[in-house]
Design a protein around this ligand. Structure first.
Ligand code: PLP
Length: 367
């Protein structure tokens, strides 16, 4: 008998696997429900544009060929859209992969990565697996990144700081001035990655435009994705924008064909239809504020959000509430895995009728 556990690094044995939001088909099957609403994974309920689906269908005719490893056309278009050079962009199989590449490429044993507690759980999981190199700094009382404390947590062994802005799962953001103060406080030898997965949803005027800060702070990398506002979560494509010298090294650690041909074609089509983005952001904002008011009327405490989800706290047990909602065909996410306590849950913003169903189900459960 082989002792397989003995083969692995301790960090891997100590890691609990990522637990995603339950898929709709599983809930339907398990509970025998006809229709189910998923508000658990911060996805875009509007789905991909027809033009994007057509681009995917066209690209699928060439699926016998490997994708363009250099993603030439997409990088040219994305760079032009962002006002950067193609050699300043690295694409990933989701921005998740770019986070993974940064950690694997930069951190040696004994070095560390600073990020915030109660943030995107992948930072904690990936750093745990990679030499247990994570260093999590508590949030402020207002559920925001404590940027001065994060800068103070940087030491001579820190290679990378990850700032999630807006933060998942709190939806809160740090302002331009706060972020610039943080950049000034962090030594230039430390890479600062700003995870902007929800960038396109933000409407706050004092939100930092990080791409404009890169000349002064070449240690800055912005991470974005086509999973959220562009509705391509199932295809897996995201990217990082950083200094060309940094990006050149990061490319060496990615799998040669990490971004498949359908993703490349779909992302290109998304760029051609960018006019939809502000409209989607506006619809999300209107629904988010309506849902927040509905939840507050039901007695929940709701953290102000700039993203497509709300962090909600109830007096009781959020796990039990989540199960009760599940039985009514509404999937939301309890937040104990994020360490936010028994009363916290995260509700993604759906279509108006989906949000209505969630609010109605909560009302029924609570009364
Ligand atoms: C903050 C944050 N970063 C990154 C991701 C991952 O995005 P992608 O689908 O591009 O891997 C998510 C997904 O939920 C997220 O919330």
């Amino acid at each position: 008998m082989i002792d397989f556990k003995g083969l692995f690094r301790p960090g891997i044995l100590a890691t609990r696997p990522y637990s995603p939001g339950k898929p709709i088909c599983e809930v339907r099957r398990e509970l025998g429900l006809g229709s189910v609403v998923k508000l658990a994974s911060n996805e875009n309920p509007e789905g991909p544009l027809p033009e994007v689906l057509e681009a995917i269908a066209r690209a699928s005719r060439d699926l016998n060929r490997y994708p363009d490893s250099s993603a030439f056309r997409l990088l040219e278009a994305l760079a032009a859209h962002l006002g950067v050079r193609p050699d300043e962009i690295i694409l990933g199989n989701g921005s998740n992969e770019v986070i993974d590449i940064l950690i694997r490429a930069l951190v040696s044993p004994g070095e560390n990565v600073v990020f915030s507690e109660h943030s995107f759980i992948v930072y904690a999981l990936t750093t745990k697996v990679h030499f247990e190199c994570g260093r999590a700094v508590p949030l402020t009382a207002g559920d925001r990144h404590d940027l001065p404390a994060m800068a103070a947590a940087v030491d001579e062994s820190t290679k990378l700081v990850i700032v999630c802005n807006p933060n998942n799962p709190t939806g809160t953001y740090n302002t331009r001035d706060e972020f610039l103060g943080f950049l000034r406080a962090v030594p230039r030898r430390v890479v600062v990655a700003v995870d902007e997965a929800y960038y396109e949803y933000v409407t706050a005027p004092d939100y930092p435009q990080t791409l404009t800060m890169r000349d002064e702070y070449p240690n800055l990398v912005a991470l974005r994705t086509f999973s959220k506002i562009h509705s391509l979560a199932g295809l897996r494509i995201g990217y990082g924008v950083g200094h060309a010298d940094l990006v050149t090294e990061l490319h060496k650690t990615r799998e040669p064909f990490n971004v498949n041909s359908l993703s490349q074609a779909a992302a290109l089509a998304c760029l051609e239809h960018w006019d939809i983005v502000p409209k989607r952001a506006l619809r999300n904002e209107q629904e988010r504020e309506r849902v927040a008011r509905g939840l507050a009327a039901l007695g929940f405490s709701v953290t102000p959000s700039q993203a497509n989800f709300l962090l909600v706290r109830c007096a009781g047990n959020a796990g039990q509430l989540t199960t009760a909602l599940l039985h009514k065909g509404v999937i939301v996410r309890p937040m104990h895995a994020f360490g936010l306590g028994e009363g916290a849950l995260r509700i993604s913003i759906g279509l108006p009728e989906e949000n209505d169903r969630c609010l109605a189900a909560l009302k029924e459960i609570l009364t």
